[in-house]
Design a protein around this ligand. Structure first.
Ligand code: NAD
Length: 427
Protein backbone atom coordinates (compact mmCIF):
# COMPACT_ATOMS: atom_id res chain seq x y z
CA UNK A 1 0.00 0.00 0.00
CA UNK A 2 1.32 3.42 -0.85
CA UNK A 3 0.27 6.13 1.61
CA UNK A 4 0.42 9.75 0.62
CA UNK A 5 -0.61 13.04 2.24
CA UNK A 6 -1.63 16.11 0.24
CA UNK A 7 0.40 15.22 -2.88
CA UNK A 8 1.41 18.20 -5.03
CA UNK A 9 -0.49 18.40 -8.35
CA UNK A 10 2.80 18.03 -10.24
CA UNK A 11 3.13 14.51 -8.82
CA UNK A 12 -0.36 13.39 -9.87
CA UNK A 13 0.73 12.22 -13.33
CA UNK A 14 2.95 9.60 -11.63
CA UNK A 15 0.22 8.60 -9.18
CA UNK A 16 -2.36 7.93 -11.92
CA UNK A 17 -0.10 5.43 -13.73
CA UNK A 18 -1.26 1.79 -13.75
CA UNK A 19 1.01 -1.22 -13.25
CA UNK A 20 1.37 -2.47 -16.83
CA UNK A 21 3.54 -5.11 -18.48
CA UNK A 22 6.44 -3.99 -20.68
CA UNK A 23 4.94 -3.08 -24.04
CA UNK A 24 7.65 -4.49 -26.33
CA UNK A 25 7.60 -7.93 -24.72
CA UNK A 26 3.81 -8.03 -24.83
CA UNK A 27 3.69 -7.10 -28.53
CA UNK A 28 6.26 -9.79 -29.33
CA UNK A 29 4.19 -12.45 -27.50
CA UNK A 30 0.96 -11.39 -29.20
CA UNK A 31 2.53 -11.36 -32.67
CA UNK A 32 3.89 -14.88 -32.14
CA UNK A 33 0.50 -16.14 -30.94
CA UNK A 34 -1.34 -14.62 -33.94
CA UNK A 35 1.24 -16.18 -36.33
CA UNK A 36 0.86 -19.58 -34.71
CA UNK A 37 -2.98 -19.48 -34.85
CA UNK A 38 -2.89 -18.26 -38.43
CA UNK A 39 -0.59 -21.15 -39.48
CA UNK A 40 -1.95 -24.02 -37.40
CA UNK A 41 -5.55 -23.08 -36.49
CA UNK A 42 -7.20 -25.43 -33.98
CA UNK A 43 -3.95 -27.39 -33.50
CA UNK A 44 -2.28 -24.21 -32.23
CA UNK A 45 -5.17 -23.59 -29.82
CA UNK A 46 -4.86 -27.12 -28.42
CA UNK A 47 -1.12 -26.55 -27.85
CA UNK A 48 -1.72 -23.17 -26.20
CA UNK A 49 -4.27 -24.78 -23.87
CA UNK A 50 -1.47 -27.10 -22.71
CA UNK A 51 1.10 -24.32 -22.43
CA UNK A 52 -0.89 -21.62 -20.66
CA UNK A 53 -3.79 -23.42 -18.99
CA UNK A 54 -2.26 -26.88 -18.30
CA UNK A 55 -5.25 -28.40 -20.06
CA UNK A 56 -5.31 -31.38 -22.44
CA UNK A 57 -8.30 -31.09 -24.76
CA UNK A 58 -9.25 -33.07 -27.83
CA UNK A 59 -11.71 -30.64 -29.34
CA UNK A 60 -11.94 -26.88 -29.08
CA UNK A 61 -15.68 -26.74 -29.65
CA UNK A 62 -17.91 -27.42 -26.65
CA UNK A 63 -20.58 -29.97 -27.61
CA UNK A 64 -24.31 -29.50 -27.20
CA UNK A 65 -24.24 -32.49 -24.83
CA UNK A 66 -21.83 -30.68 -22.47
CA UNK A 67 -24.05 -27.60 -22.50
CA UNK A 68 -27.13 -29.64 -21.64
CA UNK A 69 -25.28 -31.57 -18.90
CA UNK A 70 -24.03 -28.33 -17.35
CA UNK A 71 -27.58 -27.34 -16.47
CA UNK A 72 -27.87 -30.16 -13.94
CA UNK A 73 -24.53 -29.21 -12.35
CA UNK A 74 -25.62 -25.69 -11.43
CA UNK A 75 -27.45 -25.43 -8.11
CA UNK A 76 -30.96 -23.97 -7.92
CA UNK A 77 -29.89 -20.93 -5.86
CA UNK A 78 -27.24 -19.98 -8.41
CA UNK A 79 -29.68 -20.58 -11.28
CA UNK A 80 -32.24 -18.19 -9.83
CA UNK A 81 -29.53 -15.61 -9.07
CA UNK A 82 -28.34 -15.79 -12.68
CA UNK A 83 -31.93 -15.49 -13.92
CA UNK A 84 -32.62 -12.43 -11.79
CA UNK A 85 -29.38 -10.75 -12.85
CA UNK A 86 -30.24 -11.54 -16.49
CA UNK A 87 -33.66 -9.91 -16.13
CA UNK A 88 -32.23 -6.73 -14.58
CA UNK A 89 -29.48 -6.46 -17.18
CA UNK A 90 -32.04 -7.03 -19.95
CA UNK A 91 -34.41 -4.41 -18.51
CA UNK A 92 -31.70 -1.76 -18.27
CA UNK A 93 -30.23 -2.50 -21.71
CA UNK A 94 -33.65 -2.71 -23.42
CA UNK A 95 -34.21 0.89 -22.30
CA UNK A 96 -31.27 1.84 -24.52
CA UNK A 97 -33.11 0.97 -27.76
CA UNK A 98 -33.42 4.32 -29.54
CA UNK A 99 -36.59 5.59 -31.22
CA UNK A 100 -36.10 6.31 -34.93
CA UNK A 101 -36.83 9.95 -35.63
CA UNK A 102 -37.19 11.25 -39.19
CA UNK A 103 -35.88 14.81 -39.54
CA UNK A 104 -36.89 17.12 -42.40
CA UNK A 105 -33.76 19.30 -42.61
CA UNK A 106 -35.13 21.32 -45.56
CA UNK A 107 -38.62 20.98 -47.06
CA UNK A 108 -38.55 17.75 -49.08
CA UNK A 109 -35.25 16.48 -47.59
CA UNK A 110 -35.82 13.78 -44.96
CA UNK A 111 -32.97 12.15 -43.04
CA UNK A 112 -32.96 9.43 -40.39
CA UNK A 113 -30.87 6.72 -38.80
CA UNK A 114 -31.63 3.05 -38.19
CA UNK A 115 -29.80 0.46 -36.11
CA UNK A 116 -28.70 -2.85 -37.57
CA UNK A 117 -27.20 -5.56 -35.42
CA UNK A 118 -23.61 -6.61 -36.05
CA UNK A 119 -24.08 -10.01 -37.66
CA UNK A 120 -21.27 -12.00 -36.01
CA UNK A 121 -19.86 -11.08 -32.63
CA UNK A 122 -17.26 -12.77 -30.47
CA UNK A 123 -17.40 -12.55 -26.71
CA UNK A 124 -14.40 -13.31 -24.52
CA UNK A 125 -15.13 -14.62 -21.04
CA UNK A 126 -12.14 -14.47 -18.69
CA UNK A 127 -11.44 -17.72 -16.95
CA UNK A 128 -7.81 -17.61 -15.93
CA UNK A 129 -8.18 -17.02 -12.22
CA UNK A 130 -11.99 -16.92 -11.83
CA UNK A 131 -14.75 -18.23 -14.14
CA UNK A 132 -16.58 -14.97 -14.86
CA UNK A 133 -20.03 -16.27 -15.83
CA UNK A 134 -21.35 -12.81 -14.93
CA UNK A 135 -19.49 -11.52 -18.00
CA UNK A 136 -21.56 -13.91 -20.15
CA UNK A 137 -24.68 -12.02 -19.01
CA UNK A 138 -23.05 -8.61 -19.53
CA UNK A 139 -22.15 -9.39 -23.15
CA UNK A 140 -24.66 -11.93 -24.43
CA UNK A 141 -27.77 -10.17 -23.06
CA UNK A 142 -27.20 -6.93 -25.04
CA UNK A 143 -25.99 -8.94 -28.07
CA UNK A 144 -29.23 -10.90 -28.07
CA UNK A 145 -31.35 -7.77 -27.52
CA UNK A 146 -29.56 -6.05 -30.41
CA UNK A 147 -30.38 -9.03 -32.66
CA UNK A 148 -26.85 -10.34 -33.38
CA UNK A 149 -27.33 -13.57 -35.37
CA UNK A 150 -24.10 -15.33 -34.34
CA UNK A 151 -22.76 -14.97 -30.81
CA UNK A 152 -19.49 -16.87 -30.48
CA UNK A 153 -18.03 -17.39 -27.01
CA UNK A 154 -14.42 -18.23 -26.12
CA UNK A 155 -13.15 -18.93 -22.61
CA UNK A 156 -10.13 -20.80 -21.22
CA UNK A 157 -10.65 -24.39 -20.00
CA UNK A 158 -9.82 -25.55 -16.48
CA UNK A 159 -7.10 -28.14 -15.87
CA UNK A 160 -9.48 -30.98 -16.82
CA UNK A 161 -10.20 -29.24 -20.09
CA UNK A 162 -13.73 -28.35 -18.93
CA UNK A 163 -15.66 -25.09 -18.92
CA UNK A 164 -17.32 -24.01 -15.68
CA UNK A 165 -20.99 -25.20 -15.81
CA UNK A 166 -22.27 -21.75 -14.75
CA UNK A 167 -20.63 -20.23 -17.85
CA UNK A 168 -22.35 -22.84 -20.04
CA UNK A 169 -25.69 -22.38 -18.27
CA UNK A 170 -25.56 -18.57 -18.65
CA UNK A 171 -24.50 -18.91 -22.29
CA UNK A 172 -27.49 -21.13 -23.09
CA UNK A 173 -29.86 -18.80 -21.23
CA UNK A 174 -28.65 -15.79 -23.24
CA UNK A 175 -28.67 -17.29 -26.75
CA UNK A 176 -24.93 -17.83 -27.33
CA UNK A 177 -24.69 -19.80 -30.57
CA UNK A 178 -21.27 -21.54 -30.25
CA UNK A 179 -18.83 -22.06 -27.38
CA UNK A 180 -15.09 -22.76 -27.60
CA UNK A 181 -12.52 -23.73 -24.97
CA UNK A 182 -9.63 -21.41 -25.66
CA UNK A 183 -8.43 -18.37 -23.78
CA UNK A 184 -6.00 -15.49 -23.75
CA UNK A 185 -4.51 -13.91 -26.85
CA UNK A 186 -4.99 -17.14 -28.84
CA UNK A 187 -8.79 -16.94 -28.40
CA UNK A 188 -8.75 -13.37 -29.70
CA UNK A 189 -6.53 -14.44 -32.62
CA UNK A 190 -8.93 -17.29 -33.43
CA UNK A 191 -12.02 -15.05 -33.44
CA UNK A 192 -10.11 -12.56 -35.62
CA UNK A 193 -8.60 -14.92 -38.19
CA UNK A 194 -10.99 -17.86 -37.95
CA UNK A 195 -9.83 -21.50 -37.58
CA UNK A 196 -11.30 -24.83 -38.71
CA UNK A 197 -13.87 -24.69 -35.91
CA UNK A 198 -14.02 -21.03 -34.80
CA UNK A 199 -15.63 -18.54 -37.17
CA UNK A 200 -13.98 -15.15 -37.74
CA UNK A 201 -16.24 -12.45 -36.30
CA UNK A 202 -16.81 -8.76 -37.06
CA UNK A 203 -16.40 -7.42 -33.54
CA UNK A 204 -14.78 -8.79 -30.37
CA UNK A 205 -16.03 -7.97 -26.88
CA UNK A 206 -14.98 -8.69 -23.36
CA UNK A 207 -12.53 -7.99 -20.60
CA UNK A 208 -9.42 -9.92 -19.78
CA UNK A 209 -5.86 -9.70 -18.52
CA UNK A 210 -3.17 -7.69 -20.28
CA UNK A 211 -2.57 -10.42 -22.90
CA UNK A 212 -6.24 -10.33 -23.87
CA UNK A 213 -6.35 -6.52 -24.03
CA UNK A 214 -3.16 -6.34 -26.12
CA UNK A 215 -4.49 -9.05 -28.46
CA UNK A 216 -7.74 -7.12 -28.97
CA UNK A 217 -5.76 -4.02 -29.88
CA UNK A 218 -3.66 -6.11 -32.30
CA UNK A 219 -6.80 -7.65 -33.83
CA UNK A 220 -7.78 -4.25 -35.19
CA UNK A 221 -4.99 -4.61 -37.79
CA UNK A 222 -7.21 -7.27 -39.38
CA UNK A 223 -10.33 -5.10 -39.80
CA UNK A 224 -11.96 -6.51 -36.68
CA UNK A 225 -13.62 -3.99 -34.37
CA UNK A 226 -13.33 -4.20 -30.60
CA UNK A 227 -15.52 -2.87 -27.82
CA UNK A 228 -12.75 -1.08 -25.90
CA UNK A 229 -9.57 -1.76 -23.96
CA UNK A 230 -11.12 -3.46 -20.88
CA UNK A 231 -8.17 -4.70 -18.85
CA UNK A 232 -7.25 -5.34 -15.24
CA UNK A 233 -9.98 -4.06 -12.95
CA UNK A 234 -9.67 -0.93 -10.85
CA UNK A 235 -11.69 1.14 -8.43
CA UNK A 236 -11.25 4.62 -7.03
CA UNK A 237 -13.12 5.62 -3.89
CA UNK A 238 -13.66 9.17 -2.71
CA UNK A 239 -14.69 9.16 0.95
CA UNK A 240 -15.75 11.94 3.27
CA UNK A 241 -16.03 11.82 7.07
CA UNK A 242 -19.37 9.94 6.78
CA UNK A 243 -17.88 6.99 4.90
CA UNK A 244 -17.82 3.59 6.59
CA UNK A 245 -14.19 2.30 6.58
CA UNK A 246 -15.25 -1.36 6.70
CA UNK A 247 -17.46 -0.87 3.60
CA UNK A 248 -14.67 1.00 1.77
CA UNK A 249 -12.14 -1.73 2.60
CA UNK A 250 -14.50 -4.42 1.28
CA UNK A 251 -14.97 -2.49 -1.98
CA UNK A 252 -11.22 -1.97 -2.40
CA UNK A 253 -10.57 -5.67 -1.87
CA UNK A 254 -13.38 -6.65 -4.25
CA UNK A 255 -11.32 -5.17 -7.08
CA UNK A 256 -7.90 -6.11 -5.73
CA UNK A 257 -8.92 -9.79 -5.68
CA UNK A 258 -9.47 -9.76 -9.47
CA UNK A 259 -5.76 -10.10 -10.16
CA UNK A 260 -2.29 -9.04 -9.11
CA UNK A 261 -2.27 -6.37 -11.84
CA UNK A 262 -5.48 -4.73 -10.58
CA UNK A 263 -5.21 -1.35 -8.87
CA UNK A 264 -7.28 0.37 -6.20
CA UNK A 265 -7.13 3.99 -5.08
CA UNK A 266 -8.60 5.46 -1.91
CA UNK A 267 -8.96 9.23 -1.56
CA UNK A 268 -10.31 10.92 1.53
CA UNK A 269 -10.32 14.27 3.25
CA UNK A 270 -10.67 12.67 6.67
CA UNK A 271 -7.53 11.43 8.46
CA UNK A 272 -9.45 9.10 10.77
CA UNK A 273 -11.32 7.50 7.86
CA UNK A 274 -7.97 6.97 6.12
CA UNK A 275 -6.36 5.27 9.12
CA UNK A 276 -9.38 3.07 9.77
CA UNK A 277 -9.76 2.09 6.11
CA UNK A 278 -6.10 1.02 5.95
CA UNK A 279 -6.58 -1.01 9.15
CA UNK A 280 -9.83 -2.57 7.90
CA UNK A 281 -8.27 -3.42 4.54
CA UNK A 282 -5.45 -5.31 6.26
CA UNK A 283 -7.90 -7.06 8.57
CA UNK A 284 -10.25 -8.17 5.79
CA UNK A 285 -7.33 -9.11 3.52
CA UNK A 286 -6.03 -11.58 6.08
CA UNK A 287 -9.17 -13.74 5.78
CA UNK A 288 -9.69 -13.39 2.03
CA UNK A 289 -9.29 -16.70 0.13
CA UNK A 290 -7.63 -14.89 -2.80
CA UNK A 291 -5.43 -12.87 -0.44
CA UNK A 292 -2.12 -13.47 -2.24
CA UNK A 293 -3.43 -11.94 -5.43
CA UNK A 294 -5.19 -9.11 -3.59
CA UNK A 295 -2.06 -8.39 -1.51
CA UNK A 296 -0.01 -8.04 -4.66
CA UNK A 297 -2.56 -5.68 -6.20
CA UNK A 298 -2.54 -3.65 -2.98
CA UNK A 299 1.21 -3.16 -3.28
CA UNK A 300 0.52 -1.04 -6.38
CA UNK A 301 -2.37 0.81 -4.78
CA UNK A 302 -2.69 4.26 -3.28
CA UNK A 303 -4.29 5.57 -0.09
CA UNK A 304 -4.20 9.35 -0.27
CA UNK A 305 -5.25 12.15 2.04
CA UNK A 306 -6.60 15.07 0.00
CA UNK A 307 -7.25 18.66 1.08
CA UNK A 308 -10.82 18.93 -0.28
CA UNK A 309 -13.42 16.72 -1.94
CA UNK A 310 -13.24 18.97 -5.01
CA UNK A 311 -9.53 18.26 -5.28
CA UNK A 312 -10.20 14.54 -4.87
CA UNK A 313 -12.68 14.74 -7.74
CA UNK A 314 -10.11 16.57 -9.89
CA UNK A 315 -7.61 13.77 -9.18
CA UNK A 316 -10.25 11.18 -10.05
CA UNK A 317 -10.99 12.89 -13.38
CA UNK A 318 -7.28 12.72 -14.20
CA UNK A 319 -7.12 9.04 -13.16
CA UNK A 320 -10.34 8.21 -15.11
CA UNK A 321 -11.23 5.09 -13.09
CA UNK A 322 -13.15 2.12 -14.39
CA UNK A 323 -15.28 2.20 -11.22
CA UNK A 324 -15.77 5.31 -9.10
CA UNK A 325 -17.40 5.07 -5.68
CA UNK A 326 -18.50 8.27 -3.96
CA UNK A 327 -18.70 7.14 -0.33
CA UNK A 328 -20.07 10.47 0.78
CA UNK A 329 -23.08 11.84 2.54
CA UNK A 330 -24.15 14.07 -0.35
CA UNK A 331 -22.78 12.06 -3.23
CA UNK A 332 -25.47 13.26 -5.69
CA UNK A 333 -24.18 16.84 -5.36
CA UNK A 334 -20.91 15.83 -6.99
CA UNK A 335 -22.34 14.10 -10.08
CA UNK A 336 -21.96 17.10 -12.39
CA UNK A 337 -18.26 17.35 -11.52
CA UNK A 338 -17.53 13.79 -12.75
CA UNK A 339 -15.90 13.98 -16.16
CA UNK A 340 -14.12 10.66 -16.60
CA UNK A 341 -15.30 7.34 -15.14
CA UNK A 342 -16.64 4.03 -16.47
CA UNK A 343 -19.42 3.50 -13.92
CA UNK A 344 -20.25 5.41 -10.75
CA UNK A 345 -21.63 4.17 -7.40
CA UNK A 346 -23.27 6.72 -5.13
CA UNK A 347 -23.39 6.65 -1.33
CA UNK A 348 -22.50 4.09 1.31
CA UNK A 349 -24.88 1.37 0.10
CA UNK A 350 -24.00 1.33 -3.61
CA UNK A 351 -21.32 -1.33 -3.50
CA UNK A 352 -19.41 -1.89 -6.69
CA UNK A 353 -20.28 -5.58 -6.79
CA UNK A 354 -23.94 -4.62 -7.38
CA UNK A 355 -22.86 -3.34 -10.80
CA UNK A 356 -20.55 -6.32 -11.30
CA UNK A 357 -23.43 -8.76 -11.04
CA UNK A 358 -27.01 -7.77 -10.87
CA UNK A 359 -28.18 -4.16 -10.63
CA UNK A 360 -28.55 -3.95 -14.43
CA UNK A 361 -25.62 -1.77 -15.59
CA UNK A 362 -22.82 -3.32 -17.62
CA UNK A 363 -19.59 -4.37 -15.96
CA UNK A 364 -17.47 -4.39 -19.11
CA UNK A 365 -15.86 -1.02 -18.71
CA UNK A 366 -12.82 0.93 -19.89
CA UNK A 367 -9.73 0.66 -17.68
CA UNK A 368 -6.23 2.16 -17.62
CA UNK A 369 -7.47 5.73 -18.14
CA UNK A 370 -9.53 4.87 -21.24
CA UNK A 371 -12.64 6.18 -19.46
CA UNK A 372 -11.42 9.51 -20.83
CA UNK A 373 -12.44 8.49 -24.34
CA UNK A 374 -14.47 5.24 -24.23
CA UNK A 375 -17.83 4.24 -22.74
CA UNK A 376 -18.58 0.86 -21.22
CA UNK A 377 -20.41 -1.82 -23.21
CA UNK A 378 -24.07 -1.05 -23.93
CA UNK A 379 -26.68 -2.02 -26.48
CA UNK A 380 -25.08 0.51 -28.85
CA UNK A 381 -21.87 -1.50 -28.86
CA UNK A 382 -23.66 -4.33 -30.73
CA UNK A 383 -25.18 -2.27 -33.53
CA UNK A 384 -24.12 -0.14 -36.44
CA UNK A 385 -26.12 2.93 -37.22
CA UNK A 386 -27.06 3.41 -40.85
CA UNK A 387 -28.19 6.81 -42.10
CA UNK A 388 -30.96 7.15 -44.70
CA UNK A 389 -32.20 10.08 -46.75
CA UNK A 390 -35.05 10.66 -49.11
CA UNK A 391 -35.13 13.79 -51.29
CA UNK A 392 -38.28 14.64 -53.20
CA UNK A 393 -38.18 16.70 -56.40
CA UNK A 394 -39.05 19.72 -54.28
CA UNK A 395 -36.27 18.80 -51.81
CA UNK A 396 -33.63 18.66 -54.54
CA UNK A 397 -34.84 21.99 -55.90
CA UNK A 398 -34.52 23.50 -52.42
CA UNK A 399 -31.02 22.11 -51.76
CA UNK A 400 -29.63 21.82 -55.32
CA UNK A 401 -27.98 25.22 -55.57
CA UNK A 402 -26.10 24.74 -52.27
CA UNK A 403 -24.70 21.39 -53.42
CA UNK A 404 -23.74 22.74 -56.87
CA UNK A 405 -21.87 25.72 -55.41
CA UNK A 406 -19.98 23.56 -52.90
CA UNK A 407 -19.09 20.86 -55.46
CA UNK A 408 -17.89 23.54 -57.90
CA UNK A 409 -15.70 25.12 -55.20
CA UNK A 410 -14.12 21.74 -54.41
CA UNK A 411 -13.47 21.15 -58.10
CA UNK A 412 -15.63 18.01 -58.19
CA UNK A 413 -17.69 18.53 -61.31
CA UNK A 414 -19.24 15.04 -61.39
CA UNK A 415 -20.69 15.76 -57.95
CA UNK A 416 -22.15 18.98 -59.31
CA UNK A 417 -23.62 17.39 -62.41
CA UNK A 418 -25.35 14.65 -60.35
CA UNK A 419 -27.52 17.54 -59.16
CA UNK A 420 -27.65 19.62 -62.37
CA UNK A 421 -28.72 16.66 -64.53
CA UNK A 422 -31.70 16.04 -62.25
CA UNK A 423 -32.68 19.70 -61.97
CA UNK A 424 -32.58 20.00 -65.76
CA UNK A 425 -34.84 16.93 -66.07
CA UNK A 426 -37.45 18.66 -63.95
CA UNK A 427 -37.58 21.81 -66.11
P1 NAD B 1 -8.09 -14.25 -18.67
O1 NAD B 1 -9.09 -15.21 -19.20
O2 NAD B 1 -8.18 -12.84 -19.08
O3 NAD B 1 -6.63 -14.76 -19.05
C1 NAD B 1 -6.22 -16.08 -18.94
C2 NAD B 1 -5.39 -16.40 -20.15
O4 NAD B 1 -4.23 -15.57 -20.20
C3 NAD B 1 -4.86 -17.81 -20.18
O5 NAD B 1 -5.82 -18.66 -20.76
C4 NAD B 1 -3.64 -17.66 -21.06
O6 NAD B 1 -3.97 -17.97 -22.36
C5 NAD B 1 -3.26 -16.21 -20.97
N1 NAD B 1 -1.93 -16.09 -20.35
C6 NAD B 1 -1.63 -16.23 -19.06
N2 NAD B 1 -0.30 -16.10 -18.87
C7 NAD B 1 0.24 -15.89 -20.10
C8 NAD B 1 1.57 -15.69 -20.59
N3 NAD B 1 2.62 -15.68 -19.75
N4 NAD B 1 1.77 -15.50 -21.90
C9 NAD B 1 0.70 -15.49 -22.75
N5 NAD B 1 -0.57 -15.69 -22.34
C10 NAD B 1 -0.79 -15.90 -21.04
O7 NAD B 1 -8.20 -14.41 -17.08
P2 NAD B 1 -7.46 -13.70 -15.89
O8 NAD B 1 -5.98 -13.81 -16.03
O9 NAD B 1 -8.12 -14.24 -14.69
O10 NAD B 1 -7.82 -12.16 -16.04
C11 NAD B 1 -9.13 -11.66 -16.02
C12 NAD B 1 -8.98 -10.16 -16.04
O11 NAD B 1 -10.19 -9.54 -16.42
C13 NAD B 1 -8.56 -9.58 -14.69
O12 NAD B 1 -7.42 -8.77 -14.91
C14 NAD B 1 -9.77 -8.74 -14.30
O13 NAD B 1 -9.39 -7.64 -13.55
C15 NAD B 1 -10.31 -8.36 -15.65
N6 NAD B 1 -11.71 -7.93 -15.69
C16 NAD B 1 -11.97 -6.71 -16.23
C17 NAD B 1 -13.27 -6.24 -16.37
C18 NAD B 1 -13.53 -4.90 -17.05
O14 NAD B 1 -14.68 -4.61 -17.39
N7 NAD B 1 -12.53 -4.10 -17.30
C19 NAD B 1 -14.35 -7.05 -15.94
C20 NAD B 1 -14.07 -8.31 -15.40
C21 NAD B 1 -12.73 -8.75 -15.29
Amino acid sequence: MRLNTYPQKETWSELVKRPVLKREKLTETITEIFDEVSKNGDRALIEFNKKFDNAEVETIKVSQKEVVEAESLVGDALKSAIQQARENIARFHASQVPQTEKIETVKGVVCWRENRAIGKVGIYIPGGTAPLFSTVLMLAVPAQLAGCKEIVLCTPPDKEGKINPAILYAAKLCGVTEIFRTGGAQAIAAMTLGTESIPAVYKIFGPGNQYVVAAKEFAQNYKVAIDMPAGPSEVLIIADGEAVPAFCAADLLSQAEHGSDSQVVFLTTDEKVLEETVRETEKQLAVLPRNEMAAEALRNSHFILMKTLEEALEFSNQYAPEHLILAMENAEQYISGIENAGSVFLGNYSCESAGDYASGTNHTLPTNGFAKNYSGVSLDSFVKKITFQNLSEEGLKNLGKTIEVMAEAEGLSAHRSAVSIRLKATE
